[in-house]
Design a protein around this ligand. Structure first.
Ligand code: SF4
Length: 441
């Protein structure tokens, strides 16, 4: 049977593993037991020595590297990290979890890209690990963990954190008189007499079943991870001098995140990719140039908020979005949000100002919608802690522009070859670069 701590490092079993760790200096020492477990893991590629962790610190870094590469590297090889899904590794994994969370807590705090990567990686690891289990085994394990996380009767307000951070949405939950229904018995008691012409048993499986339980358990542990990082951060500010080992580990964590982003995201280096770089207005399509001059007639708000903001943010930060088809957040490519503040927003605000009447003059609240379209929720300020509350909108296709904002579309020759203003921009950038390279010869 898989141990509870393999999924929930906050369990009593997990905490006991940390208490038993002993001397912290041993974290950097070669650990034969760990190496042996990794080498024996099913499907593990042992031909590459670099993919085998040799000590606790290595293990912690590999744990985060797995997530970053899985998310960003198109040629991600799961066999190099197969041991992370092997329950035999539980003890080492729990120590790795606490090392990472503490290092991130003391150095970066809860509103950092490092914290987000940690919380998301924990979610993905739990999901992948559960996916490896037999249905019956998974059911028992999830029930056991949920029992320890929840009280007997759960009011929906208990999930306040999860709901406000959008980790769980209210429509995901089945609620009866303010209580969340998770068990089959409770569901039958509350609803079986009300369900007509349908099998209540099947309805339970459809509406609640294993899926909702796994979702709630996973999101609760992710929230606990975030809270734990926050507690470590607060504590380190108030009381104790951080352990140099944790600060050193934090540097390595930051390096992994930056290297992955540089290799596969922001700076990128693999074939045919378009690098993120300062905007070149010469490559803008006619529709974008029109909005930048300011909208004098109808469609002003949509042109600035729904059309221009997504276009400029993607063109500047993630021009390859359609080719790569990998979801990213703004902070994955602009961790300090400097590019957003210094390059993207001034252009959007400038265009808004040139409209007639100027957009923010009569509707200053629309700034909130601009922030929302870049993924930062409905807030007046762009802040990392709100990222993910809304989606970073991808740029409209030409078809949509023609349908909703027809006055913007004044196609030229290049427009015949593309289907999205962003593709126009990339094509033009390549042409300009080609001309420049040619003139150097
Ligand atoms: S065809 Fe597309 S890129 Fe060209 S002006 Fe119209 S909307 Fe813009």
């Amino acid at each position: 049977m898989v141990r509870v701590a393999f999924i929930n490092p906050f369990s009593e079993e997990g905490r006991q593993m940390v208490r038993e760790l002993g001397n912290i200096k041993s974290l950097y020492e070669e650990n034969a037991h760990l190496i042996n477990l990794v080498n024996r893991s099913r499907s593990q590629d042992i031909s590459d020595e670099g993919s085998i962790p040799h000590n606790h610190i290595d293990m912690a870094l590999k744990r985060l590297e797995w997530y970053m590469k899985k998310k960003n590297d198109p040629s991600f090889d799961y066999r190099k990290y197969a041991y992370l899904l092997d329950p035999e590794i539980t003890k080492f994994d729990v120590i790795a979890f606490y090392l990472l969370s503490q290092a991130i807590g003391v150095k970066f705090g809860p509103n950092s890209r490092e914290s987000r990567a940690m919380v998301e990686s924990q979610g993905k690891l739990m999901e992948s690990r559960l996916g490896e289990l037999f249905k019956s085994e998974k059911r028992v394990l999830v029930a056991q963990i949920l029992n320890s996380l929840l009280m007997d009767e759960v009011k929906w307000t208990f999930f306040e954190d999860l709901l406000s951070s959008k980790k769980i949405k209210l429509p995901d939950l089945i609620i009866d008189q303010g209580n969340i229904i998770l068990n089959k018995e409770d569901f039958m008691e509350s609803f079986s007499s009300k369900i007509k012409h349908r099998d209540p048993d099947k309805m339970y499986n459809l509406l609640v079943g294993d899926h909702i339980k796994e979702l709630i358990m996973t999101k609760m542990i992710m929230q606990k991870t975030e809270n734990y990082i926050s507690t470590v951060y607060e504590k380190s500010r108030r009381e104790v001098e951080p352990n140099p080992l944790l600060l050193e580990l934090a540097e390595e964590i930051s390096k992994i995140l930056s290297e992955t982003t540089m290799s596969y995201g922001y700076g990128g280096s693999y074939g045919g990719e378009v690098k993120a770089s300062p905007l070149n207005p010469k490559a803008f399509p006619p529709c974008v140039k029109t909005v930048l001059e300011g909208i004098k007639s109808g469609g002003r708000n949509d042109a600035i908020i729904l059309f221009l903001t997504p276009f400029l943010s993607y063109a500047r930060l993630y021009p390859d979005v359609f080719r790569r088809n990998v979801t990213m957040k703004v902070s994955d490519v602009d961790p300090q949000l400097k590019v957003v503040e210094n390059e993207i927003l001034p252009l959007v605000y400038g265009a808004a100002e040139r409209c007639s009447p100027p957009l923010f003059e009569d509707q200053p609240q629309e700034k909130v919608n601009i922030n929302a379209k870049m993924g930062f929720g409905m807030h007046t300020q762009i802040e990392l802690k709100h990222e993910g509350e809304t989606t970073w909108y991808t740029p409209m296709s030409c078809e949509k522009v023609k349908l909703h904002l027809p006055s913007l579309c004044k196609p030229d020759e290049t427009c015949k070859k593309i289907g999205n203003p962003l593709s126009y921009y990339i094509r033009k950038l390549r042409e300009i670069k080609g001309d420049e390279d040619g003139s150097e010869d």
